[in-house]
Design a protein around this ligand. Structure first.
Ligand SMILES: [Cu+2]
Length: 273
């Protein structure tokens, strides 16, 4: 059995290297995933592109240094080069090995700052939601729609087919597609962190402070994240489940939430304890 499993893992690893990032799922992690989750927002597309770009530079530098090391070991070892040169200075070489790394850093810094500014350049909000971290669940509030509810992890035994373990919540944060969603973050107790990898969003929820981030989901579907700041015993069990729907579906959902008395915020939160 163990051998079979190992073979299966090898096959999976082979498939992974053959197909590359294609195995990385949209909105949730996938087995043997190597890269990022597929981008579901413009910011995440930019993060992925920047990551690829920097990775290429890193690999080229590593290969160059490896090549130099191998060259020195072969060409200048004691056997082949018994009489070492007494050279101490080479102005040209010193200028080059100072200027080239500076240029590389500039080439990294420019897109890096461009990305940073894009993340902090808040667009006009189409929808504002407030996420409040508590030990150990999230509460979502739609201040303009007057909706509040708690989002609590679904236990393994209660999962329906297709629902990912540790990521499924009893109530999703529902947002419309292709709209700018501003997420305000608060905490009731300790520092939590609201993170959704596919949207390129990760921000601490700090007690006594109102933090702000944003995303613009480009596709409908489920997008999952987890609390990403160690916040206590059940830190691993407070998922973030974002359901991206069309605008019509969103309006229907809002109407339904308003009509439903059972969706009373205080009742939900009280029921969680
Ligand atoms: Cu937390």
């Amino acid at each position: 059995m163990a051998i079979f499993d190992r073979r299966l893992m090898l096959v999976a690893a082979g498939a992974m290297f053959a197909s590359g990032p294609a195995l990385a799922g949209m909105g949730q992690p996938s087995p043997w995933q190597m890269g990022f989750q597929e981008a579901g927002s413009p910011i995440m597309e930019q993060i992925t592109a920047f990551h690829t770009y920097v990775n290429v530079i890193i690999v080229l530098i590593a290969l160059f240094v490896l090549g130099l090391l191998v060259y020195v070991m072969v060409r200048f070892n004691e056997k082949r080069n018994p009489e070492p040169s007494r050279t101490t200075h080479n102005t040209m070489l010193e200028v080059v090995w100072t200027v080239v790394p500076v240029l590389i850093l500039v080439a990294i810094a420019i897109p890096s700052f461009r990305l940073l500014f894009a993340q902090y350049d808040f667009p006009k909000a189409d929808l504002t939601v407030t996420a409040t971290g508590s030990q150990w669940f999230w509460t979502y509030e739609y201040p303009d729609q007057g909706i509040t509810f708690a989002s609590i992890m679904v236990q393994d035994a209660d999962l329906k087919p297709g629902q990912p373990r540790l990521l499924t919540a009893d109530h999703n944060l529902v947002v419309p597609v292709n709209k700018n969603v501003i997420v305000q973050l608060k905490s009731n107790d300790v520092i939590h962190d609201w993170a959704v990898p596919s949207f390129g969003v990760k921000l601490d929820a700090v007690p006594g402070r109102l933090q702000k981030t944003w995303f613009r989901a480009e596709k409908t579907g489920m997008f999952y994240g987890q609390c990403s700041e160690l916040c206590g015993r059940n830190h691993a069990f407070m998922p973030i489940a974002v359901q991206v729907v069309t605008e019509d579906e969103f309006n229907d959902w809002v109407a339904k939430q308003k009509a439903s008395a059972s969706f009373d915020a205080t009742g939900k939160v009280a029921a969680a304890h």
